[in-house]
Design a protein around this ligand. Sequence first.
Ligand code: NAD
Length: 321
Amino acid sequence: MKKALVLGCGGFIAHHLVNRLKDEGFWVKGADLKYPRFSKTACDEFLQGDLRDQVFVNNLVDQKFDEIYQLAADMGGAGYIFTGENDADVMTNSALINLNILDAAHKSGSKRIFYSSSACIYPEYNQLDPDNPKCSEDSAYPAAPDSEYGWEKLFSERMYASYARNKGMEVRIARYHNIYGPEGSWNDGKEKAPAALCRKVAMANNEGEIEVWGDGIQTRSFLYIDDCIDATIALTRSEFEGPVNIGSEEMISINNLALLIADVSEKKITINNIPGPEGVRGRNSDNKLIGEKIGWQPKYTLRDGIEKTYPWIDQQVKNNK
Ligand code: NAD
C-alpha cells in the first residue's frame, strides 16, 4: 500500500486532498494544529501538533513516504494577509514549518514532495491593470510581491528548489490562485472573497445590500477545489518540478463575482463598495505552462463551482442562526 504524508490536513485544501488519496487506496498520515472543522478527517493516523516544533516534526516524519504534500501555512484571505497586522506571524510561522518539514523529509529518505506556493509571489508591478494582469511563471522576477505572505512563499519556493538541486529531493511546486469550495473558511476572519461574498449574500434579505471591499473593479480568478486536487496530484506524480500555476483563467471583477453569487442565490442584491484590504488590482492564472507540461486544465466553470459552494455556505449560515 502506498503511503502519503499530508501536512496542514486540518485545513481546507489538504482535508479534501486526504479524502482523494484515501479514495485512491493510500495509507495517509496527517498533521495539523487542529482537526478539520466541518467533517471528520479520513487520515489513517492524524497527529495534532505544531509543525514549527522540530521535535514534533522529526517524530512525525518517522518513515519513508511515497508522497508528501506540504500545505500547512499561516494564511487567510485579504482581511488576514493584506492588513499588515499579521506579517511577523505569517513569515515566521510558515518559514519554520517549511524548514522543519524539508529537513525531516530529507532525513526520512522520502523523495517526492509537493509544496503549495501562491499567486501572491507575483510582482505587484505586473498586476496594476485590472484588465491585463501578467502572471506567467517566468514573470516572478525581479521579485516584488505586495505582501509578506508572498515573500515567504517565494523564499520557501527557493528553499524547496535548493533541496532538489543539492539533496536529491523530488520537489513539485505549485502556485495556487484562489481556491474555493465547500468546507473552506467562511466566517473566521480567514475566509477569502468567494466564501465571504457567499456568506454576505446568504445573510442578506431578498432585496438586500452587501458590502464589497474596494471599488469592486479589482479582478481575480477562482479555482474550484476538485480541480485543485486533480492538478495537485497530477503535478506531484509528473516529471515537472515547477513552479507552475494551478488556477483558473476565468477572470472576473469582484463586483461581478458578487453579482454572480447573488444570481445563484436568486436574490436581488445591490452592492455597496466600501474601503477595505483588496491586494493587487488585477490577477489571473496563466495556464499555458501547466497545459504544456502535464496537460491539465480546469473542468469547472466559476458558475459551476459557485453553484456547489453557495448552498453549502447558505446552510452554514442557517445552522449558525
Ligand atoms: P488553511 O488555512 O485552510 O490550511 C492550512 C492549515 O495549516 C490549517 O489547518 C492550519 O491549522 C495549519 N497550520 C498552520 N500553522 C500550523 C502549524 N504551526 N502547525 C501545524 N499546522 C499548522 O489553508 P488552505 O486554503 O487549505 O491552503 C493550503 C495551502 O495552500 C497553504 O500553504 C496556502 O498558503 C496555499 N494557498 C492556498 C490558496 C487558497 O486560495 N486557498 C491560494 C494560494 C496558496
